[in-house]
Design a protein around this ligand. Sequence first.
Ligand code: UDX
Ligand code: ADP
Length: 464
Amino acid sequence: MAPIQVKKICCIGAGYVGGPTCAVIPHIQVTIVDLNQQRIDAWNSDELPIYEPGLDEVVKAARGKNLFFSTDVDKGIEEADLIFVSVNTPTKKSGIGAGFAADLKFLQLATRRIAEVAKSSKIVVEKSTVPCRTADAMRTILEANSKPGCHFDILSNPEFLAEGTAIEDLFAPDRVLIGSLQTQQGKDACEALTQVYANWVPRDRILTVGLWSSELSKLAANAMLAQRISSVNALSAICEATGANIDEVAYAVGKDTRMGSKFLKASVGFGGSCFQKDILNLVYLSESLHLPEVAKYWRAVVEMNEYQKSRFANKVVDTLFNTITGKKIAILGWAFKKDTGDTRESPAITLANHFLTEKARINIYDPQVSKDQIWLDLTDYGDIPAEPIKPHVTISQTVEEACHNAEAIVVCTEWDEFKTLDWQKIYDDCPRPAFVFDGRLILDRKALTEIGFKVTSIGTGDRL
Ligand code: UDX
Ligand code: ADP
């Protein structure tokens, strides 16, 4: 049989994953569809709905040529030979597995839609991060609802891009992973997707494995990356208590080629839409498989992250003489990392809530996050009433405005611009003593101390 050649691709879900991933595909016609009209309008405008370095250029070069954005989900499905499913899979808020398991509602709705609309055979690619064996569930839904003559092949193709470097990651990925059933038909579908990637990714970087290995690999990669951060953050607490310096320790450890130097930066805690969600997924999976020790092991990675956030928040309170009631605290950075406007699971949200509980007045600045988004985060998307906290929250347009008269300045995101601020000017505008808390280890501690700031940095102790 001739290999299947993919001529048209549809991607369901125009979010942080679907948008950038499909924007880099050359030659082949790709239509990204989403039910959210506002999001699609933004993708079709000059103001893209997500901030990602390099994304604007890539989208503008391809849009209207081989890249299209539309709310016509059905047409997108009908026309495509290959469909990426890239919808959101948040952690369940209620019911069985609440707080741990992934909510697959959106994924299942999209799958049902494919089955209802498709008039010809399709390759359906699971791209959203999902629990193991989701592909199997998708296959069952598709087979139970398909029309005669319509055959569906399911592939797992998890995305490993990191926000902030998505475009670099997509153009030159460490690897592309494709999981398929090991039947001839499964392998043919796998080869069809391999050929799509082979347009720009060297063949030896395209790994083909079984369906379930692929699904588990994605959870494993994120869990092991997060575990590394929790390990370094656990060590940062020891450094603070003993006078060692976590950057020096991480540098020494990372020089071991077995270890490598990346992903060893201590921080106020990891955030983002994936790490916590995927680990909790792994915990849930382990428990479902009656492996409580395994579940406990992975759960500890998330617990350490929670501890790091509250440890840092408590340090602010302790340092400000055990009370921050009525005090003004500047929060620099709201996104979960630099070079993104994404705030999902951002440690800044936890810190802000902690400071508000202590009745502080907070003033937030972030170069990419909108005021509306900050309010959505502070009110947990409307679950917490805004009125009682409104008098305690200000959102500023500049760092200087946020820091004006602040008794403490807390760096939550490692934005580059925070490194080159006129700290003398900021100091002159603060009451004494002026405190800075560096939750990202990006500031020049010595220079700030010389100006007169009292500086507290994660993983840096004063003893010894
Ligand atoms: C992550 C994975 O890296 C990516 O492969 C996967 O596809 C999605 O999840 P992302 O969440 O976008 O990507 O960003 P990442 O760079 O991994 O950072 C996650 C969090 O860890 C951020 O809050 C970041 O600030 C924090 N982090 C990262 C540290 O605290 N220290 C580090 O050394 C690295
Ligand atoms: P991610 O970070 O995984 O890309 P996002 O939440 O940014 O997640 O994006 C997921 C997108 O999927 C959202 O824009 C949402 O509107 C869209 N979506 C969810 N369900 C469907 C569906 N059944 N059909 C089309 N789009 C959907």
